[in-house]
Design a protein around this ligand. Structure first.
Ligand SMILES: NC(=O)c1ccc[n+]([C@@H]2O[C@H](COP(=O)([O-])OP(=O)(O)OC[C@H]3O[C@@H](n4cnc5c(N)ncnc54)[C@H](O)[C@@H]3O)[C@@H](O)[C@H]2O)c1
Length: 328
């Protein structure tokens, strides 16, 4: 099959490209390398059935060509993460919403299967744990800009479901909970790569707030398996489905585990959210997915633990630190 992965040089998209290319599919990636890295897909370049196009999903003429000739679209391109949204508020909203609008518009015209990733951020301050797909979404006021990410992604969801309702476009929305693993950079505030990298370098690990807030981390390889099943399961069209892992850990606990598992001497430092993100920043205490729907429809059951995640990420960073030292 021909498969188009927008944002395929990014963290999740590049793992998706590996899996689908290994299975014998023809992969085209379009990525503007804004947060993605060429290194994530360098090993695929030159292989038969792989093509990398460096351009933006906002290039409508090109997107029309690419979508017309493909069988499946995974629209992974997006401005990602709360830190980026805080730093580039206009561009991020535009990329998220206009990008998805372009993709859905052409998928609708040419009747292509498409997967739209959303985020657990859309649950906002929801307090009923675990988060279920049919729950109310509770975000903060518009002067607290961190909510722009959640709201832009929510609008993407509405648009995807509207295409399904009006013309039965085969589109599925997947709400990803914290997805982690090798290739994720810590640059945009992602907690696991930051902690593990600091631990390996024996540098202080910075925790925002008191560290009692908890999260659930899904291994990217589990998530990618889920994504590929979703697009091949017609029952998923017109649906919103959580994907991730429901094993919960506090951020303080994560820092301690990273230290313990890497044999590090790092200390943990606690800083207020206001120091990290400016005044008025709001964070959620807990965020746990209900994976019942994913299990029921696609048989999704993540198998990779937090220990496996930390080991895999640590292995990647040890390699990087080794080559940084060798090049110094
Ligand atoms: N990783 C997570 O924990 C997580 C959680 C929730 C949702 N998601 C969603 O999953 C998707 C992939 O996220 P990721 O973690 O791989 O992030 P990522 O930043 O590694 O990947 C996004 C990719 O999109 C590319 N991109 C951005 N704007 C583009 C544009 N205009 N045109 C072409 N390419 C563009 C970036 O260069 C990058 O390669 C995103 O939609 C994100 O919102 C991820």
């Amino acid at each position: 099959m021909k498969i188009l992965i927008t944002g395929g040089a990014g963290f999740v998209g590049s793992h998706l490209a590996d899996k689908l290319h290994n299975e014998g599919h023809e992969i085209t990636i379009i990525d503007d390398l804004s947060t993605g890295r060429y290194q994530n897909v360098a090993h695929l370049e030159g292989k038969e059935g792989f093509r990398l196009i460096i351009d933006t999903v906002l290039n409508e003429k090109l997107m029309e060509e690419l979508i017309r000739e493909t069988d499946r679209v995974f629209h992974m391109a997006s401005a990602v993460g709360v830190k980026l949204i805080m730093e580039h508020p206009v561009k991020t909203i535009e990329t998220i919403f206009r990008g998805t609008d372009v993709v859905l518009g052409f998928c609708s015209r040419y009747r292509k299967r498409v997967l739209i990733p959303s985020t657990s951020e859309v649950y906002g301050k929801g307090a009923s744990i675990p988060f279920r797909e049919e729950d109310d979404l509770l975000t903060g006021s518009t002067d607290k800009h961190r909510w722009a990410y959640a709201c832009a992604k929510t609008l993407d969801e509405f648009l995807a479901l509207a295409h399904w309702k009006e013309t039965r476009l085969p589109v599925a929305v997947v709400r990803l909970f914290n997805t982690v693993g090798p290739r994720q950079t810590g640059q945009y505030g992602m907690v696991v790569p930051n902690f593990v990298k600091s631990a390996i370098k024996n540098e202080p690990i910075t925790v925002h707030g008191d560290g009692s807030q908890s999260r659930c981390f899904g291994h990217v390889l589990d998530v990618v398996e889920g994504l590929t099943k979703v697009i091949e399961t017609p029952e998923c069209f017109g649906q919103v489905i959580n994907l991730g892992n429901s094993e919960e850990v506090t951020i303080k606990g994560l820092a301690e585990k990273a230290i313990e598992m890497t044999g590090s001497t790092s200390e943990i430092r606690y800083i207020p959210y206001s120091e990290a993100y400016g005044e008025g920043f709001e964070d959620m205490q807990r965020r746990v997915p209900s994976l019942d729907k994913a299990k029921r429809i696609i048989g999704y059951e993540p198998t990779r633990t937090l220990e496996k995640i930390i080991n895999d990420v640590a292995e990647q960073f040890r390699e990087e630190v080794k080559s940084e030292t060798a090049n110094a």
